[in-house]
Write a protein that binds this ligand. Structure first.
Ligand code: ATR
Length: 272
């Protein structure tokens, strides 16, 4: 059977073998999907060894997303804008690179959570790798406005600058959010991984809106708790994003789109 894997460091906690294993079983695809503990600084060697052993594709996670970008011979537009790669496909000498995080997130919001972005005001907290991947797919949904806010304002400004001409994007600092409201608020900072709260004013949320934490499996993070306390009824964490980006990679590799709902239900961790 064809071989696939996720590579990262550390890789112990990864859910990808479980997700792709469920996809393969449900869609009748004959493949083996494993996890590889990558060696920092030796990504090209580890990827080459996997290819030599018959590997057809890799998912790539921290800290190798930039190494994978460099290793690729062809990169999609979204991988280029994200500046990071989370999926590789091997085709003879060719190494094709993709970034499915943003499309996976967008699909989760629009289809699974039934929360259209068209004409809505959208706020993204953070300007790192997680935020970068989401911006182009978000703009394709034609929001009324997409605001990027970051602690280091210069990073948000630079990112908005890269998107000039692609849609109604603006960048600002957290203080400038006073008095502004957003239908959809995404926490794409790494604050939740340390139990921290980005300095976002509670007034940005609206009750009919959506608060989405990109991190997965952290329960009710300080960000989600704040949103809940201001009366936001729809709260989500990154489980749907995780499964949807995996489904995008699976479809890219195998030409078959697996059902995601059973996998999301299996992996979901209660937010309370
Ligand atoms: P990732 O790939 O997860 O996005 P990253 O590229 O290191 O990680 O980016 C982390 C993001 O979280 C940045 O936008 C960072 O803000 P700065 O650019 O100002 O550092 C943001 N971040 C991390 N901790 C934060 C906190 N406690 N409050 C607000 N923003 C935070």
């Amino acid at each position: 059977s064809d071989r696939y894997a996720v590579i990262g460091h550390p890789i112990g906690h990864t859910k990808s073998p479980l997700i792709h294993g469920m996809f393969a079983k449900a869609s009748g695809q004959d493949l083996v999907y494993t996890a590889i503990e990558g060696r920092p600084g030796l990504f090209a060697e580890d990827a080459a060894a996997f290819r030599a052993a018959g590997g057809r594709g890799l998912n790539v996670t921290a800290p190798f997303k930039l190494d994978a970008f460099a290793y690729a011979t062809e990169r999609s537009a979204r991988a280029s804008l994200a500046g990071a790669v989370n999926a590789l496909k091997f085709d003879g000498e060719r190494v094709l690179a993709e970034n499915f995080d943003g499309v996976g997130l967008t699909r989760d919001v629009v289809r699974n959570l039934d929360c259209a972005m068209q004409g809505k005001r959208v706020l993204v907290l953070g300007a790192g790798g997680a935020a970068r991947g989401a911006l182009l797919p978000f703009l394709e949904q034609r929001p009324a406005e997409l605001v990027i806010v970051n602690r280091t304002v210069a990073k948000a400004l630079a990112l908005a600058q890269e998107l000039v001409g692609q849609g109604p994007v603006r960048a600002c600092g957290y203080q400038e959010l006073e008095g502004q409201r957003f239908d959809l608020v995404f926490n794409a900072t790494s604050a939740s991984l340390r139990g921290e709260l980005p300095p976002v004013p509670a007034t940005v949320f609206v009750p009919h809106g959506l608060a989405y934490e990109l991190a997965y499996g952290k329960g009710l993070t300080p960000f989600l708790r704040m949103a809940q306390q201001t009366g936001v009824r729809r709260l989500a964490d990154g489980v749907g994003m995780l499964v949807e980006q995996a489904a995008e990679a699976f479809a890219w590799w195998r030409g078959v789109r697996p059902a995601t709902q059973p996998v999301i239900e299996r992996l979901a961790v209660p937010l309370a």
